[in-house]
Design a protein around this ligand. Sequence first.
Ligand code: UD1
Length: 369
Amino acid sequence: MKIVVSGGGTGGHIYPALALIRMIKMKHPDTSFLYIGTEMGLESKLVVREGISFKSINITGFRRAVSFENVKTIMRFLKGVNECKKMLKEFQPDVVIGTGGYVCGPVVYAAAKMGIPSIVHEQNSVPGLTNKFLSKYVDKIAVCFEEAKAYFPAQKTVLTGNPRASEVIEASGNGVLEKYGFQSGRKTVLIFGGSRGARPINDAVTDALKDLANRQYQVLYVTGDVHYERVADMLKTAGKPDNVAVEPFIHNMPDVLAACDLVVARAGATTLAELTALGIPSILIPSPYVTNNHQEKNARSLTDRGAAVLLPEKDLTGQLLIKELDAVLMNELRLSKMKEESKHLGIHDAADRLYTVMAELTEKGGRSS
Ligand SMILES: CC(=O)N[C@H]1[C@@H](OP(=O)(O)OP(=O)(O)OC[C@H]2O[C@@H](n3ccc(=O)[nH]c3=O)[C@H](O)[C@@H]2O)O[C@H](CO)[C@@H](O)[C@@H]1O
């Protein structure tokens, strides 16, 4: 099979695409891929790193407020559709899948208009603008939360889960912690703010550093690439406790996650799919800056079931963070209950389910009834 994949901007849209590609390459080695993204998005780094054939188009996202920029975006969209049609004509894919982010707009729209079977994969509980637009044209919409079904036409929507879940369950945490100078057997918490880091989380952690020094647990703290220098400078003067390791970005996140007892994070959908696949308890600080406050809705699907604790950003301070960390990590019973609830929510065979949707579509030659 020949597959075009598109998804971009942030890790939350790219890692599910990469996980799907890796799984298909392993189980169906005769499949070939073309990934279409933008040069500006994280995908130009992450996809090329994987040795996947990558082409780019120039496209920007819509602004919700009325703006002249939106006129330019429409022009770029139309130009992008033409460029994509050429790429698709040349590559001749059997199916095209978009995993979110505005780059998918022209790619998946062009495919649908050319009669090539097309799918969008929506990771969030509330869909983004691009996927809502594309849902009118595609053959199938794959979702990760039951709640998301309500936003799409029922006859073409299917619950598959997030392929990243299938990938992380294969991971092994063996020997990972030692690389950060940590002791195995000691409780470990991972703190990160989504794929790009989050300044309010960084501020709270740096504020808490001094008090973290006398805790029984160890902390792997990921700042996000763009915030690293500022944090590292601060640490030069303030000092860093021995039980805390600081990194700009983690490239082997599945292995790291598998070694951790608790995660503090934003509530991006792909992060949540990873946590529930591995059954990891979490303290979630949803970003209030996202469309329709969708991260809080993502988070609620875990906190309502006792798999996670919600910590609103407006309340976040170093002191409160430590208080919540202590409350979970120092209570074995609570930790194991959260673990159990988290595991219940994971969809482990997401990548297979998504592949089945693709295979069925190509067998049918496209249009679903
Ligand atoms: C600000 C914004 O619009 N965020 C959106 C974006 O978030 P974002 O890109 O942060 O997405 P997620 O939290 O869903 O996923 C982050 C991904 O990056 C990985 N990771 C993170 C840090 C690191 O050092 N290494 C690493 O590999 C995580 O393991 C995960 O696979 O896409 C998500 C999925 O559509 C949405 O739910 C989020 O609301």
